[in-house]
Design a protein around this ligand. Structure first.
Ligand SMILES: NC(=O)c1ccc[n+]([C@@H]2O[C@H](COP(=O)([O-])OP(=O)(O)OC[C@H]3O[C@@H](n4cnc5c(N)ncnc54)[C@H](O)[C@@H]3O)[C@@H](O)[C@H]2O)c1
Ligand SMILES: [Fe+2]
Length: 381
Protein backbone atom coordinates (compact mmCIF):
# COMPACT_ATOMS: atom_id res chain seq x y z
CA UNK A 1 0.00 0.00 0.00
CA UNK A 2 1.31 3.47 -0.88
CA UNK A 3 1.23 5.56 2.30
CA UNK A 4 2.56 8.80 0.80
CA UNK A 5 0.25 11.80 1.20
CA UNK A 6 0.49 14.39 -1.56
CA UNK A 7 -0.61 17.99 -1.46
CA UNK A 8 -2.71 19.33 -4.35
CA UNK A 9 -3.29 23.09 -4.61
CA UNK A 10 -5.65 24.92 -6.93
CA UNK A 11 -5.70 28.60 -7.61
CA UNK A 12 -7.80 31.53 -6.85
CA UNK A 13 -10.80 33.27 -8.39
CA UNK A 14 -10.28 33.82 -12.12
CA UNK A 15 -12.55 36.23 -13.99
CA UNK A 16 -11.98 34.92 -17.53
CA UNK A 17 -13.39 36.50 -20.67
CA UNK A 18 -13.27 39.40 -23.10
CA UNK A 19 -13.67 42.65 -21.14
CA UNK A 20 -13.07 41.17 -17.66
CA UNK A 21 -10.20 43.65 -17.00
CA UNK A 22 -12.79 46.44 -16.96
CA UNK A 23 -14.00 45.05 -13.62
CA UNK A 24 -10.77 46.05 -11.84
CA UNK A 25 -11.95 49.48 -10.60
CA UNK A 26 -15.22 48.27 -9.11
CA UNK A 27 -13.45 45.29 -7.59
CA UNK A 28 -10.87 47.51 -5.80
CA UNK A 29 -13.59 49.85 -4.53
CA UNK A 30 -15.60 46.88 -3.24
CA UNK A 31 -12.49 45.81 -1.28
CA UNK A 32 -12.15 49.36 0.12
CA UNK A 33 -8.86 49.77 -1.76
CA UNK A 34 -8.28 53.21 -3.30
CA UNK A 35 -4.51 53.59 -3.82
CA UNK A 36 -3.21 50.76 -6.04
CA UNK A 37 0.37 50.48 -7.29
CA UNK A 38 0.17 49.24 -10.88
CA UNK A 39 3.28 47.23 -11.76
CA UNK A 40 4.05 46.67 -15.43
CA UNK A 41 6.97 46.97 -17.88
CA UNK A 42 7.97 50.01 -19.91
CA UNK A 43 6.50 48.71 -23.20
CA UNK A 44 3.12 47.67 -21.79
CA UNK A 45 2.93 51.06 -19.99
CA UNK A 46 2.78 52.69 -23.45
CA UNK A 47 -0.01 50.49 -24.86
CA UNK A 48 -3.55 51.75 -25.39
CA UNK A 49 -5.24 49.17 -23.19
CA UNK A 50 -2.96 50.04 -20.26
CA UNK A 51 -3.71 53.75 -20.58
CA UNK A 52 -7.43 52.88 -20.78
CA UNK A 53 -7.19 50.90 -17.52
CA UNK A 54 -5.56 53.88 -15.77
CA UNK A 55 -8.17 56.24 -17.18
CA UNK A 56 -10.97 53.99 -15.99
CA UNK A 57 -9.51 53.79 -12.45
CA UNK A 58 -9.07 57.58 -12.35
CA UNK A 59 -12.64 58.08 -13.56
CA UNK A 60 -13.66 56.02 -10.53
CA UNK A 61 -11.64 58.43 -8.30
CA UNK A 62 -8.90 55.95 -7.45
CA UNK A 63 -5.36 57.25 -6.88
CA UNK A 64 -3.10 55.40 -9.35
CA UNK A 65 0.72 55.10 -9.41
CA UNK A 66 2.59 53.12 -12.05
CA UNK A 67 5.93 51.36 -11.59
CA UNK A 68 7.32 50.16 -14.92
CA UNK A 69 11.10 50.52 -14.63
CA UNK A 70 11.98 46.80 -14.72
CA UNK A 71 14.45 44.59 -16.57
CA UNK A 72 13.48 42.08 -19.26
CA UNK A 73 14.65 39.32 -16.93
CA UNK A 74 13.77 41.06 -13.62
CA UNK A 75 16.42 41.61 -10.93
CA UNK A 76 16.41 42.27 -7.20
CA UNK A 77 17.00 46.03 -7.51
CA UNK A 78 13.79 46.32 -9.60
CA UNK A 79 11.88 44.90 -6.64
CA UNK A 80 13.59 47.24 -4.15
CA UNK A 81 12.82 50.34 -6.25
CA UNK A 82 9.19 49.27 -6.69
CA UNK A 83 8.82 48.73 -2.95
CA UNK A 84 10.27 52.19 -2.26
CA UNK A 85 7.62 53.68 -4.55
CA UNK A 86 4.90 51.69 -2.74
CA UNK A 87 6.09 53.25 0.56
CA UNK A 88 6.66 56.79 -0.68
CA UNK A 89 3.28 56.93 -2.38
CA UNK A 90 1.44 55.22 0.50
CA UNK A 91 -0.17 52.56 -1.64
CA UNK A 92 -2.74 50.08 -0.26
CA UNK A 93 -2.66 47.34 -2.93
CA UNK A 94 -0.64 45.97 -5.85
CA UNK A 95 -1.89 45.13 -9.35
CA UNK A 96 0.52 43.26 -11.64
CA UNK A 97 -0.40 43.91 -15.29
CA UNK A 98 1.74 42.39 -18.04
CA UNK A 99 3.70 39.34 -18.99
CA UNK A 100 5.47 37.03 -16.57
CA UNK A 101 8.25 39.54 -15.95
CA UNK A 102 5.95 42.33 -14.73
CA UNK A 103 3.74 39.99 -12.72
CA UNK A 104 6.80 38.43 -11.06
CA UNK A 105 8.10 41.86 -10.01
CA UNK A 106 4.62 42.79 -8.72
CA UNK A 107 4.51 39.58 -6.68
CA UNK A 108 8.01 40.13 -5.28
CA UNK A 109 7.09 43.71 -4.26
CA UNK A 110 3.99 42.25 -2.58
CA UNK A 111 6.33 40.05 -0.54
CA UNK A 112 8.88 42.77 0.26
CA UNK A 113 6.40 45.36 1.59
CA UNK A 114 6.27 43.59 4.99
CA UNK A 115 9.35 41.32 4.69
CA UNK A 116 12.43 43.56 4.71
CA UNK A 117 15.31 41.12 5.08
CA UNK A 118 17.47 40.56 2.02
CA UNK A 119 15.05 39.43 -0.72
CA UNK A 120 16.96 36.22 -1.39
CA UNK A 121 16.61 35.10 2.23
CA UNK A 122 13.11 34.08 1.03
CA UNK A 123 14.54 31.92 -1.79
CA UNK A 124 12.45 28.77 -1.83
CA UNK A 125 15.40 26.60 -2.84
CA UNK A 126 17.10 27.26 0.51
CA UNK A 127 13.85 26.83 2.44
CA UNK A 128 13.27 30.60 2.58
CA UNK A 129 9.49 30.25 2.34
CA UNK A 130 9.39 29.61 6.11
CA UNK A 131 10.34 33.26 6.68
CA UNK A 132 7.24 34.50 4.83
CA UNK A 133 5.28 34.86 8.05
CA UNK A 134 3.65 38.28 7.91
CA UNK A 135 0.66 39.41 5.90
CA UNK A 136 1.09 40.82 2.40
CA UNK A 137 -0.81 43.67 0.66
CA UNK A 138 -3.87 42.86 -1.44
CA UNK A 139 -2.50 41.50 -4.73
CA UNK A 140 -4.31 41.29 -8.08
CA UNK A 141 -3.00 40.06 -11.46
CA UNK A 142 -3.95 40.85 -15.06
CA UNK A 143 -2.00 38.83 -17.66
CA UNK A 144 -1.26 40.38 -21.06
CA UNK A 145 0.73 37.46 -22.54
CA UNK A 146 -0.34 33.81 -22.81
CA UNK A 147 2.76 32.02 -21.59
CA UNK A 148 4.10 31.80 -18.08
CA UNK A 149 0.72 31.65 -16.32
CA UNK A 150 2.45 33.58 -13.52
CA UNK A 151 -0.91 35.26 -12.83
CA UNK A 152 -2.19 32.05 -11.19
CA UNK A 153 1.14 31.13 -9.59
CA UNK A 154 2.58 31.54 -6.12
CA UNK A 155 6.17 32.22 -7.09
CA UNK A 156 8.25 35.00 -8.54
CA UNK A 157 11.45 34.41 -10.48
CA UNK A 158 13.91 37.22 -9.73
CA UNK A 159 17.60 37.25 -10.67
CA UNK A 160 20.63 38.53 -8.80
CA UNK A 161 21.78 41.87 -10.27
CA UNK A 162 25.40 40.75 -10.56
CA UNK A 163 25.42 36.98 -11.09
CA UNK A 164 22.09 36.90 -13.03
CA UNK A 165 21.32 33.67 -11.20
CA UNK A 166 17.54 33.23 -10.97
CA UNK A 167 16.00 32.70 -7.52
CA UNK A 168 12.45 31.60 -6.76
CA UNK A 169 10.47 33.44 -4.15
CA UNK A 170 7.57 31.28 -3.08
CA UNK A 171 4.70 31.38 -0.65
CA UNK A 172 1.02 30.45 -0.80
CA UNK A 173 0.44 34.01 0.48
CA UNK A 174 1.69 35.30 -2.88
CA UNK A 175 -1.25 33.91 -4.82
CA UNK A 176 -3.31 36.73 -6.33
CA UNK A 177 -6.62 37.34 -4.56
CA UNK A 178 -8.22 37.59 -8.00
CA UNK A 179 -7.07 37.27 -11.64
CA UNK A 180 -8.72 39.27 -14.42
CA UNK A 181 -7.85 37.17 -17.48
CA UNK A 182 -9.00 39.25 -20.44
CA UNK A 183 -8.04 37.88 -23.87
CA UNK A 184 -8.73 41.29 -25.45
CA UNK A 185 -5.52 42.53 -23.79
CA UNK A 186 -3.52 39.93 -25.73
CA UNK A 187 -4.92 40.88 -29.16
CA UNK A 188 -2.04 43.26 -29.98
CA UNK A 189 0.73 40.86 -28.92
CA UNK A 190 3.17 40.73 -31.86
CA UNK A 191 3.63 37.35 -33.62
CA UNK A 192 7.15 36.66 -32.27
CA UNK A 193 6.08 37.16 -28.63
CA UNK A 194 2.85 35.19 -29.18
CA UNK A 195 4.95 32.33 -30.57
CA UNK A 196 7.60 32.33 -27.83
CA UNK A 197 5.15 32.72 -24.93
CA UNK A 198 2.80 30.15 -26.49
CA UNK A 199 5.60 27.59 -26.67
CA UNK A 200 6.41 28.32 -23.00
CA UNK A 201 2.79 27.41 -22.21
CA UNK A 202 3.06 24.22 -24.27
CA UNK A 203 6.31 23.34 -22.48
CA UNK A 204 4.61 23.81 -19.09
CA UNK A 205 1.76 21.49 -20.03
CA UNK A 206 4.08 18.82 -21.49
CA UNK A 207 6.73 18.93 -18.77
CA UNK A 208 4.10 18.98 -16.02
CA UNK A 209 2.35 15.99 -17.58
CA UNK A 210 5.63 14.03 -17.60
CA UNK A 211 7.00 15.25 -14.24
CA UNK A 212 7.66 12.61 -11.59
CA UNK A 213 5.10 13.55 -8.95
CA UNK A 214 1.89 11.49 -9.08
CA UNK A 215 -0.91 14.01 -9.68
CA UNK A 216 -3.78 12.76 -11.86
CA UNK A 217 -5.70 16.05 -11.52
CA UNK A 218 -2.85 18.05 -13.04
CA UNK A 219 -2.24 15.38 -15.69
CA UNK A 220 -5.83 15.83 -16.90
CA UNK A 221 -5.46 19.60 -16.96
CA UNK A 222 -2.13 19.35 -18.81
CA UNK A 223 -3.52 17.08 -21.53
CA UNK A 224 -6.45 19.44 -22.15
CA UNK A 225 -4.01 22.39 -22.11
CA UNK A 226 -1.93 20.71 -24.85
CA UNK A 227 -5.06 20.03 -26.85
CA UNK A 228 -6.16 23.69 -26.73
CA UNK A 229 -2.68 24.89 -27.70
CA UNK A 230 -2.38 22.51 -30.65
CA UNK A 231 -5.74 23.80 -31.96
CA UNK A 232 -4.91 27.48 -31.51
CA UNK A 233 -1.20 28.34 -31.50
CA UNK A 234 -0.64 28.61 -35.27
CA UNK A 235 -3.72 30.80 -35.75
CA UNK A 236 -2.92 32.86 -32.64
CA UNK A 237 0.47 33.68 -34.19
CA UNK A 238 -0.35 33.95 -37.90
CA UNK A 239 -4.08 34.84 -38.05
CA UNK A 240 -5.03 36.08 -34.60
CA UNK A 241 -8.68 36.18 -33.65
CA UNK A 242 -10.43 36.31 -30.30
CA UNK A 243 -11.03 32.56 -30.24
CA UNK A 244 -7.40 31.52 -30.76
CA UNK A 245 -6.09 34.19 -28.37
CA UNK A 246 -8.70 33.16 -25.73
CA UNK A 247 -7.73 29.49 -26.02
CA UNK A 248 -4.05 30.36 -25.63
CA UNK A 249 -4.77 32.44 -22.52
CA UNK A 250 -6.73 29.72 -20.76
CA UNK A 251 -4.21 27.05 -21.81
CA UNK A 252 -1.35 29.11 -20.39
CA UNK A 253 -3.12 29.24 -17.02
CA UNK A 254 -3.71 25.49 -17.27
CA UNK A 255 0.03 24.96 -17.81
CA UNK A 256 0.88 26.97 -14.72
CA UNK A 257 -1.75 25.18 -12.64
CA UNK A 258 -0.37 21.84 -13.87
CA UNK A 259 3.26 22.64 -13.13
CA UNK A 260 2.76 22.56 -9.37
CA UNK A 261 3.50 18.90 -10.28
CA UNK A 262 6.98 19.94 -11.46
CA UNK A 263 8.81 20.85 -14.66
CA UNK A 264 11.80 19.12 -16.23
CA UNK A 265 14.78 18.98 -18.54
CA UNK A 266 13.52 21.58 -21.04
CA UNK A 267 13.22 24.36 -18.45
CA UNK A 268 16.68 23.47 -17.12
CA UNK A 269 18.06 23.77 -20.66
CA UNK A 270 16.25 27.11 -21.08
CA UNK A 271 17.00 28.93 -17.81
CA UNK A 272 20.80 29.20 -18.43
CA UNK A 273 20.15 30.87 -21.80
CA UNK A 274 18.24 33.65 -20.01
CA UNK A 275 20.85 34.06 -17.26
CA UNK A 276 23.88 33.98 -19.59
CA UNK A 277 22.54 35.57 -22.79
CA UNK A 278 19.32 37.32 -21.67
CA UNK A 279 17.31 35.14 -24.06
CA UNK A 280 13.53 35.45 -23.64
CA UNK A 281 12.27 32.60 -21.44
CA UNK A 282 9.67 31.36 -23.91
CA UNK A 283 12.03 31.45 -26.89
CA UNK A 284 14.64 29.49 -24.91
CA UNK A 285 12.05 26.78 -24.14
CA UNK A 286 10.71 26.78 -27.69
CA UNK A 287 14.08 26.00 -29.29
CA UNK A 288 14.97 23.36 -26.69
CA UNK A 289 11.66 21.51 -26.36
CA UNK A 290 12.01 19.09 -29.32
CA UNK A 291 15.43 17.96 -28.08
CA UNK A 292 14.35 17.71 -24.43
CA UNK A 293 11.26 15.67 -25.36
CA UNK A 294 13.34 13.37 -27.54
CA UNK A 295 15.59 12.77 -24.50
CA UNK A 296 12.52 11.84 -22.42
CA UNK A 297 10.81 9.62 -24.99
CA UNK A 298 12.44 6.24 -24.31
CA UNK A 299 10.81 4.54 -21.34
CA UNK A 300 7.80 6.89 -21.43
CA UNK A 301 6.25 5.74 -24.71
CA UNK A 302 2.81 5.33 -23.09
CA UNK A 303 2.69 8.91 -21.88
CA UNK A 304 3.95 10.17 -25.25
CA UNK A 305 1.14 8.25 -26.92
CA UNK A 306 -1.38 10.06 -24.73
CA UNK A 307 0.27 13.40 -25.52
CA UNK A 308 0.12 12.58 -29.22
CA UNK A 309 -3.63 11.91 -28.92
CA UNK A 310 -4.14 15.15 -26.96
CA UNK A 311 -2.27 17.07 -29.66
CA UNK A 312 -4.59 15.51 -32.25
CA UNK A 313 -1.77 13.87 -34.23
CA UNK A 314 -2.62 11.43 -37.02
CA UNK A 315 -1.06 8.19 -35.83
CA UNK A 316 -1.28 8.82 -32.10
CA UNK A 317 2.04 6.96 -32.01
CA UNK A 318 4.05 8.84 -29.38
CA UNK A 319 7.23 9.44 -31.34
CA UNK A 320 5.46 11.81 -33.70
CA UNK A 321 5.20 14.27 -30.78
CA UNK A 322 8.87 15.12 -31.43
CA UNK A 323 8.28 15.72 -35.17
CA UNK A 324 5.21 17.81 -34.27
CA UNK A 325 7.34 20.10 -32.08
CA UNK A 326 9.78 20.81 -34.93
CA UNK A 327 6.86 21.35 -37.32
CA UNK A 328 4.97 23.73 -35.06
CA UNK A 329 8.18 25.72 -34.45
CA UNK A 330 8.62 26.05 -38.24
CA UNK A 331 5.03 27.24 -38.69
CA UNK A 332 5.42 29.98 -36.08
CA UNK A 333 8.95 31.02 -37.13
CA UNK A 334 10.89 29.69 -34.15
CA UNK A 335 14.44 28.67 -35.16
CA UNK A 336 15.43 25.00 -34.84
CA UNK A 337 18.97 25.69 -33.69
CA UNK A 338 20.56 27.42 -30.69
CA UNK A 339 23.17 29.05 -32.94
CA UNK A 340 20.30 30.98 -34.57
CA UNK A 341 19.44 32.63 -31.26
CA UNK A 342 22.93 33.81 -30.35
CA UNK A 343 24.48 30.76 -28.68
CA UNK A 344 28.17 30.22 -29.51
CA UNK A 345 30.10 26.98 -29.30
CA UNK A 346 32.18 28.37 -26.43
CA UNK A 347 29.03 28.92 -24.31
CA UNK A 348 28.17 25.23 -24.10
CA UNK A 349 30.37 24.28 -21.10
CA UNK A 350 29.04 27.19 -19.01
CA UNK A 351 25.47 26.44 -20.08
CA UNK A 352 25.90 22.82 -18.97
CA UNK A 353 27.27 23.96 -15.57
CA UNK A 354 24.26 26.25 -15.08
CA UNK A 355 21.76 23.64 -16.28
CA UNK A 356 22.90 20.94 -13.88
CA UNK A 357 22.54 23.45 -10.99
CA UNK A 358 19.01 24.42 -12.12
CA UNK A 359 15.93 23.67 -9.99
CA UNK A 360 13.63 22.23 -12.67
CA UNK A 361 15.24 18.95 -13.78
CA UNK A 362 15.04 17.02 -10.47
CA UNK A 363 11.33 16.59 -11.32
CA UNK A 364 12.07 15.31 -14.83
CA UNK A 365 10.79 11.73 -15.25
CA UNK A 366 14.33 10.48 -15.88
CA UNK A 367 17.57 11.75 -14.30
CA UNK A 368 19.64 14.25 -16.30
CA UNK A 369 23.44 14.42 -15.87
CA UNK A 370 25.77 17.29 -16.75
CA UNK A 371 26.99 15.18 -19.69
CA UNK A 372 23.36 14.78 -20.87
CA UNK A 373 22.92 18.57 -20.77
CA UNK A 374 26.13 19.10 -22.72
CA UNK A 375 25.05 16.58 -25.36
CA UNK A 376 21.57 18.12 -25.60
CA UNK A 377 23.06 21.59 -26.15
CA UNK A 378 25.44 20.16 -28.77
CA UNK A 379 22.57 18.43 -30.52
CA UNK A 380 20.48 21.61 -30.56
CA UNK A 381 23.46 23.81 -31.51
N1 LIG B 1 6.37 32.99 -11.86
C1 LIG B 1 6.41 31.96 -12.63
O1 LIG B 1 5.83 30.95 -12.33
C2 LIG B 1 7.14 32.03 -13.92
C3 LIG B 1 7.18 30.92 -14.75
C4 LIG B 1 7.88 31.00 -15.94
C5 LIG B 1 8.53 32.18 -16.28
N2 LIG B 1 8.50 33.24 -15.44
C6 LIG B 1 9.17 34.52 -15.78
O2 LIG B 1 8.34 35.24 -16.67
C7 LIG B 1 9.14 36.04 -17.52
C8 LIG B 1 8.70 35.87 -18.96
O3 LIG B 1 7.35 36.27 -19.10
P1 LIG B 1 6.63 36.42 -20.53
O4 LIG B 1 7.01 35.26 -21.35
O5 LIG B 1 5.21 36.68 -20.29
O6 LIG B 1 7.36 37.65 -21.18
P2 LIG B 1 7.58 39.15 -20.72
O7 LIG B 1 6.85 39.48 -19.50
O8 LIG B 1 9.06 39.35 -20.73
O9 LIG B 1 6.94 39.94 -21.95
C9 LIG B 1 7.50 39.80 -23.25
C10 LIG B 1 7.37 41.09 -24.03
O10 LIG B 1 6.00 41.27 -24.41
C11 LIG B 1 5.59 42.59 -24.17
N3 LIG B 1 4.13 42.54 -23.94
C12 LIG B 1 3.50 42.01 -22.88
N4 LIG B 1 2.16 42.06 -23.07
C13 LIG B 1 1.95 42.64 -24.26
C14 LIG B 1 0.77 42.95 -25.02
N5 LIG B 1 -0.44 42.62 -24.57
N6 LIG B 1 0.91 43.53 -26.22
C15 LIG B 1 2.15 43.82 -26.70
N7 LIG B 1 3.30 43.53 -26.04
C16 LIG B 1 3.20 42.95 -24.84
C17 LIG B 1 6.42 43.04 -22.99
O11 LIG B 1 6.55 44.42 -22.94
C18 LIG B 1 7.75 42.34 -23.27
O12 LIG B 1 8.54 43.13 -24.10
C19 LIG B 1 10.57 35.65 -17.25
O13 LIG B 1 11.13 36.65 -16.43
C20 LIG B 1 10.46 34.35 -16.50
O14 LIG B 1 11.53 34.14 -15.61
C21 LIG B 1 7.80 33.19 -14.29
FE1 LIG C 1 8.26 28.52 -18.38
Amino acid sequence: MNTTIYQYNFPTTIRFGAGSSKELGDYLIAQDLHRPLLVTDAQVAQLGFFKAIIQDLQNKHLSVKVFSDIHKNPVKSDVYRGTDLFDEEQRDSIVGIGGGAAIDVARAITLRVHHRDDLFKYDDLIGGDVYVTREVPHFVTIPTTSGTGSEVGRSAIIADDETHQKKILFSPKLLAKIVFADPLLTMELPPAITAATGMDALTHNMEAYLAKMPHPICEGIALEGMSLISKSIVNAVNHPDLESRSQMLVASMMGAIAFQKGLGVVHSLAHPLSSLLDTHHGLANAVNIPYGMEFNYEGYEGKFKKMSQALGLKEGSGREVIDYLFEVNSKINIPHRLREIGVKDEHIETLADLAIADFAHPNNPKPVSRQNFKELYQKAF
